[in-house]
Design a binder for this molecule. Sequence first.
Ligand code: NAD
Length: 363
Amino acid sequence: MEYRIAVLSGDGVGPEVVGEGIKVLRVIEGLYGLHFTLRHGLVGGAAIDATGDPLPEETLQLCRDSDAVLFGSVGGPKWDALPSDKRPERGLLRLRQTLDLFANLRPAKLYTALIGASSLRPEIVQGIDIMVVRELVSDIYFGEPRGIETLPEGERGFNTMSYTSQEIRRVARLAFDLARQRRSKVTSVDKANVLETSVLWRREVTELAGEFSDIALDHMYVDNCAMQLVRTPRQFDVIVTGNLFGDILSDEASMLTGSIGMLPSASIGGTVGVFEPVHGSAPDIAGQNIANPIATINSVAMMLQYALKQPQAAQAIEAAVESVLNQGYRTGDIMAPGGTRVGTTEMGALICTALQQTAAAPR
Ligand code: NAD
C-alpha cells in the first residue's frame, strides 16, 4: 500500500519531534510492507519568514493532495508581536477550518509505568482509557456576531454560541462509531439546563442514539463532568462535546495521564486528517535534544489507525512505546527516581528498536 503524507514540522521543537515520528514511520514501512511518500511543507513562523503567510497556498494544496498530514507545532517569541490574524498559530486554525476537520480526538490513556506522574492518586487513575471527541469548527469560537462595542457606560464584549443540527449530528455519529471500536459507551456533555444550543445538542444526540442501540449513552452537564473526571475517571469511555467545553475538558482529561510531552491528537472528519502532538513549540527547550517525542510518535500511531486504516501498525507503535517506558527510559519531563534519562533522538531510536523486536518476536 502506498500513502502520501504531508509533513508540516513548523517551529521550535516541531522539527525535532517530527523527525522521530518519521523514523518510526520508516520502520513501519519495512515491517508492514507499506510505502510512505513524505512531502514537506512550510507552516507557522517558518512559513511567515519564507513567504509572509503562516499557511501558504502551496502548503494547503500539498495537504489536500495527501492521505494524511503529520503536524509538529507552531509559534514562538520571534512572532509574538505580530497581530493575531498574522501569527503562526493562525496557520493551524486555517488548516483545520479549510479541511473541515470537525472532530478533534484526544485520548487519555494511562501507561502503568507512568502512574506516578499523574497528579491524582494511583488507585483513581489506574486503568483509565478515555477518548475525548471535541467538535472543532463551530460553537462560540466561530459564531457571529462577535466583537467589542463601545456603549455610553463603557465597553461590551460579546460572542455567539451556535450549533446547527447537522453540526451536532456529524460529530456525535463519529463518537458513536468510535465507541463501537472501544467499550461501547458515550457520554455526551452539555449545559442543557441553561443554554439553548445545549438543549438542541442533547435532543440531536438522543435521537441519533436510536441508530446505535448497542451503545450506552448518558448525558452529563459540563460542570459535573469536570468534577467526575477527577473523582472517578474510569467511568468514561468516549466523551463527546462542543468546541468550548471540549477545549477545557480535553486538557483536563489528558493531564490525568502525566506530561504534555506524551499527548497525541487527531483532527478528522474532513477528507484529510491532521495528526499532531497536543503541545506547542516549547521554545524554552527547542534545539537541545530534550523534548519528549512520544506525543508525536503516538500521533503517528493515530494517523495509521484513523487515516490510513492500519490498526495493527498503530498498535505495534503503542506497544513499542509502552515497552520502552517499562524498561525505565525517560525524557526529562517524565523523569522519576530510578529512571534512565535519555534525549529526543535516543527515545526515538529506542522506540524504533522496540518496534523491530516486537515484530521479530514469535507470536
Ligand atoms: P508549550 O506546549 O509549547 O510548552 C508548555 C511547557 O511544556 C513548556 O515548559 C515546554 O518546555 C513543555 N513541553 C512542551 N512540549 C514538550 C515536549 N515534547 N517534551 C517536554 N516538554 C515539553 O506551550 P506554550 O509555552 O504555552 O507555547 C509555546 C508556543 O507554542 C506559543 O507560541 C504557542 O502559541 C504555541 N502553541 C502551539 C500549539 C500548536 O502548534 N498546536 C499548541 C500550543 C501552543
